[in-house]
Design a protein around this ligand. Structure first.
Ligand SMILES: O=C(O)CCC(=O)C(=O)O
Ligand SMILES: [Fe+2]
Length: 199
């Protein structure tokens, strides 16, 4: 996979795209919070959020491996919410809780939204950060672009009291997102969140 991160000082089109995706991210965040009856957390959550934007290009697999080439390794996103757009070359797969990989057919003009580790932790595990990967087949390149909403550097992620009760004991200690991310980059593994912040 080839990818680069854009820090949007550049084109107006990019700036407008980023701000629309950020707007969508905030709408989704508000819907999630309201669905838990926690709409009053929206303002602080929104203020604590920043973003990164990334383009990705996946080459078509080599002829020797046309049906089954790994484009992007299995992972959970580390941030809060990801909004992903793609061209018409499918390839995204998610891992079910039963351990089965399932292809996701993203309809044209639809976007995918992923909950990342940061939001999983904040919600005390109520929201699931799904493991996903990209598998390439066929002879066309896949392009995708994503907005990664993430906590600002100084933000400490702390489970709100409303998410803690007898049936839902505290699962994650308060942690600084930037420090978690640094930890993850030198301890890459599926259970990074549990190891770093698990109670
Ligand atoms: O390019 C894709 O379809 C997936 C990208 C992704 O999961 C990521 O960058 O975290
Ligand atoms: Fe991802």
């Amino acid at each position: 996979m080839f990818c680069f991160v854009l820090f949007c000082h550049g084109s107006e089109a990019m700036k407008s795209m980023t701000s629309k995706m950020m707007e969508l991210n905030l709408i989704i965040l508000r819907m999630i919070l309201e669905s838990f009856g926690l709409g009053d957390h929206y303002e602080s959550q929104a203020q604590n959020t920043t973003s990164a934007f990334r383009f990705m290009k996946y080459k078509a697999p080599p002829p020797s491996n046309i049906n089954n080439a790994l484009g992007l390794v299995p992972h959970t996103d580390k941030n809060t919410l990801t909004i992903l757009c793609q061209n018409d070359v499918q390839g995204l797969e998610i891992l079910t809780k039963q351990g089965k990989w399932v292809e996701v057919m993203v309809p044209k003009e639809a976007v995918m939204v992923f909950v990342g580790d940061a939001l999983k932790a904040w919600s005390n595990g109520r929201l699931h950060a799904v493991t996903h990967r990209v598998m390439m087949s066929g002879d066309k390149e896949r392009y995708s672009y994503a907005l990664f909403a993430l906590p600002k550097e100084e933000v400490v992620i702390e489970v709100p009291q409303e998410f803690i009760d007898k049936e839902h004991p505290l699962l994650y200690k308060p942690f600084n997102f930037a420090e978690y991310f640094t930890y993850f980059t030198s301890n890459i593994g599926e259970d990074a969140l549990e190891l770093y912040a698990g109670v």
